[in-house]
Ligand binder design. Structure first.
Ligand code: ADP
Ligand code: MG
Length: 403
């Protein structure tokens, strides 16, 4: 029998009415004769009774250590899985609820954002053999010593991809509140279109660069295990986005895109800070780089020139950086409130003039480009955050993503 993994995000399981739609999706697959593993997130968003944010607000964060905090927030998914399983059982189906710890997701002890290091699927396979619908509390695992850990925001996607991979599932379905992966964040770009098919590498880049629709680690796992992923809407019957290895030399999404569309999607990351350091001495720069690593400050958009070095850091690391740089004598500039825009598409590889086109589109609209960089499937532009919405819309239209 085929195993299918379905994952339902927070808004999908937030109310009884929404869960009724979730259950429809589950039962439809079960009745087709599949073995079902369902992964759930905590119910709802900030303000809803058992959401992750509500649990976080229920305690004094200054008086709790990270280990206890992980234990606390892991219950959001536990409550959600028990509630959903209970409602499925009412319809006469056998269910079993398993936590991350129950299914042997072993992680390191990086509480709050733990990495999975091992997995043992025995408990799930036993339940599946007994014809049960397995409902798994997403977002969590446990250390080798048995302490509960969480995998970071969006971590239920990781649980789903991990299970899909290890159980050799036919595919993984990630259900959320939009019709699939779109050409841009639909909350900002109103005429964003659903992409029917994408390659792992494009989705990975999109997720890595800020589109929160799926966790980048989930895509890495799916690619490693070669398990396809669908992104679908809990509230509709749309076909969603199908993500798989698209094995063409020069193209990423040729199956869905017109030949004149070389860009697949645009995304953005806010709260970037650009740093320029005016220093030529390599020993000083070496010392700085080591200090940055030691302070756990990660750099992005790095460009080194002989007389100055430029890179970006996260707004959250700004104070740490300002502290660290006090012990240096060089001059430097800091530009806060920046935003990194990522133009993604496997088809852009080797196509001349894409950067020129981006530059022209932004400059005629009086949007300053602070820095650019590119890779085989992405062009990044650092801009001022005030220009974000305009820039997204301008590029989206210029590259015909709205058509
Ligand atoms: P869930 O709780 O189901 O995991 P998320 O909030 O994590 O849902 O992800 C879904 C959201 O991702 C959407 O509501 C949408 O606003 C946002 N999003 C950002 N960029 C994109 C994109 N390119 N395509 C689709 N959704 C996007
Ligand atoms: Mg999510």
């Amino acid at each position: 029998m085929n195993i299918i993994v379905q994952k339902f995000g927070g808004t999908s399981v937030s109310t009884k009415e929404n869960r009724a739609k979730v259950i429809e999706k589950i039962i439809a697959k079960k009745n087709e004769g599949n073995q079902l593993v369902v992964v759930v997130s905590a119910m709802g968003r900030k303000g809803d009774p058992y959401s992750t944010d509500t649990l976080l607000e229920s305690i004094d964060l200054r008086l709790i250590d990270q280990k206890e905090l992980d234990l606390l927030i892991s219950f959001g998914e536990v409550i959600s899985s028990i509630t959903l399983a209970n409602e499925i059982s009412k319809l006469g189906y056998k269910t079993e609820v398993l936590t991350g710890k129950d299914i042997g997701i072993i992680t390191n002890d990086n509480f709050g954002s733990a990495d999975v290091i091992d997995f043992d699927s025995l408990n799930i396979e036993k339940g599946l053999k007994e014809d049960k619908i397995i409902v798994v509390a997403g977002f969590q695992g446990a250390t080798i010593d048995g302490d509960v850990t969480t995998l970071g925001r969006g971590g239920s996607d990781i649980t789903a991809a991990l299970l899909g991979g290890y159980l050799a599932a036919e595919y993984v379905e990630i259900y959320t509140d939009v019709d699939g992966i779109m050409t841009a964040d639909p909350r900002i770009v109103k005429d964003a279109q659903v992409l029917r098919e994408m390659s792992y590498s494009e989705v990975h880049q999109l997720a890595e660069d800020g589109a929160k629709v799926i966790h980048p680690r989930a895509i890495e796992l799916a690619q490693r295990f070669d398990v396809p992923i669908f992104i679908k809407n809990t509230h509709s019957n749309s076909k969603g986005t199908y993500i798989e290895e698209i094995n063409t030399k020069n193209t990423g999404s040729e199956l869905l895109l017109d030949s004149d569309k070389i860009m697949t999607a645009i995304t953005y990351k806010k709260e970037r800070v650009q740093v320029k350091i005016y220093e030529e001495d390599s020993n000083t720069i070496n010392r700085l780089m080591k200090d940055l690593v030691r302070s756990d400050i990660s750099l992005d958009l790095i460009n080194f020139f002989k007389d100055y070095k430029v890179f970006t850091i996260d707004e959250d690391d700004r104070d740490k950086f300002m502290d660290l740089v006090k012990s240096y004598n060089f001059d430097y500039d800091i530009t806060s409130n920046c935003c990194k825009i990522s133009c993604i598409g496997n088809k852009m590889r080797g196509v001349p003039g894409v950067m020129a086109n981006i530059f022209e589109a932004l400059s005629v609209n009086e949007i300053d480009i602070l820095q650019t960089s590119d890779s085989y499937n992405t062009i990044w532009c650092l801009i001022n955050e005030k220009d974000l919405e305009k820039a997204l819309m301008v590029l989206h239209t210029r590259f015909k993503l709205n058509e």
